[in-house]
Design a binder for this molecule. Structure first.
Ligand SMILES: *Cc1c(COP(=O)(O)O)cnc(C)c1O
Length: 392
């Protein structure tokens, strides 16, 4: 049986995977069904920050698998309180609302912001969002996407969003009116190509939101939990949003775990029956989440991302054929001279050389390996990029 042929014939073509069939993984490396090894420079879009098969995460999952995996929120279970308190404390907030996928957490943040607005007498609450955003794939979320692939053909669209240019606090200020309840922003835009906003942008958003008494919602699903060299990308500007939206690495690469984290005056607007999820905050998810919180407590992963990230960015700057490098910490968006090849072609040439990375938007390649990667592996990966550009 040819795996790829069957996969292509029997599953919807909503992705365009590289032609590799993976079988196992350890740390920053994965292996395909033929035994060829690859350095994983995508890390499940930062879901695998702590590496494939992280021993602490697997131990927590295994222990929980043998005891209790699902209760629904109809009852309490013995992993829940520690997860709620641990995650809230990590964010410096009062409380959490657990969901599963990132999109569900974003939906939760939108619902909470709208409810919060209604309770303040705003009948048509509007949320300010950014051009080139990526917040997930639900009908409401794609309603305010500016990516034609994500958006077009899926209407009618959910109203209540006002789209402004990313990176401009003035644009946000100009869009605020009496119906505005929140600003929803990625502190670094990942899917758009690892776009880092100008310094001071997040501080300006904080100030605007405080001044106008609206909510600052930071989608840290991809940027959070160590990737940028801090626990949160917002930390870089010393800024605390009103709501953190978390996902991806929160599930340790084992199960989908997402959450919205905020204070009582925000999350307190929800009453029983108004929101929920059968799987949200389940025992296995909480056990894994507790292990992730524990890993982040020491600051070791944040420091690795900072130091190894500096190394990665230094090395990338030496590559010929690269026209721009953006990013922070162990996260880089690399623009390739489009006369050399498309992002897809570069990804395939990298794959042939044992590096798995994915292109985004034309000729940008993303590098976001697990934070357990070694410096030597990073040096080698950048050599393969130079080699791949010469191969093309
Ligand atoms: C991946 C991602 C999401 C959506 O998460 P899913 O788990 O795929 O639903 C939302 N926001 C950002 C910034 C992301 O990177």
């Amino acid at each position: 049986m040819n795996h790829i042929e069957v996969a292509e014939r029997r599953s919807a073509h909503n992705y365009h995977p590289l032609p590799v069939v993976l079988r196992s993984g350890e740390g920053a490396w994965v292996e395909d069904v033929d035994g060829k090894r690859y350095l994983d420079c995508l890390a499940g879009y930062s879901s695998m920050n702590f590496g494939h098969g992280n021993p602490a995460i697997l131990a927590a999952a295994r222990e929980q698998l043998d005891r209790l995996t699902l209760t629904s929120r109809a009852f309490y279970h013995d992993q829940f309180a520690a997860f709620a308190a641990g995650l809230a404390d990590m964010c410096g907030k009062d409380m959490i609302l657990p969901m599963n996928t990132g999109a569900e957490a974003v939906e939760t943040a939108i619902k909470v912001a709208r409810k919060w607005g209604h309770e303040r007498g705003i009948d048509e609450p509007t949320i300010i969002v950014m051009e080139d955003n990526f917040h997930g794939r639900t009908t409401t979320i794609i309603s305010f996407s500016t990516d034609p692939d994500a958006h077009d053909g899926f209407g009618p669209y959910t109203p209540g969003f006002s789209i402004v240019k990313y990176g401009s606090a003035e644009a946000i200020e100009g869009a605020i009116n009496r119906n505005t309840v929140a600003v929803l922003v990625e502190p670094i835009q990942g899917e758009a190509g690892v776009l880092v906003p100008p310094d001071g942008y997040l501080r300006d958003i904080r100030d605007l939101c405080t001044e106008h008494e609206i909510l600052f919602i930071a989608d840290e699903i991809q940027s959070g939990l160590g990737r940028t060299g801090d626990t949160f990308a917002c930390d870089h500007e010393g800024v605390v949003p009103d709501m953190y939206v978390l996902g991806k690495a929160l599930g340790g690469g084992v199960v989908p775990v997402s959450a919205v984290v905020a204070n009582q005056d925000v999350l307190g607007v929800l009453k029983p029956g108004q929101h929920g999820s059968t799987f949200g905050g389940n025992p296995l998810a909480c056990a894994v989440g507790n292990a992730v919180i524990e890993l982040l407590r020491t600051g070791e992963f944040q420091a690795r991302a900072r130091e190894l990230g500096a190394h990665l960015h230094r090395k990338l700057a030496e590559v010929k054929g690269v026209t721009a490098i953006r990013g922070r910490g162990l996260w880089a968006g690399v623009d390739i001279d489009p006369t050399i090849g498309t992002g897809r072609q570069v990804s395939q040439a990298l794959m042939a050389r044992g590096v798995l990375a994915k292109d985004t938007h034309g000729s940008t390649i993303r590098f976001a390996p697990p934070l357990v990667v070694s410096e030597a592996d990073l040096t080698w990966a950048v050599e393969q990029l130079q080699g791949a550009l010469q191969d093309l």
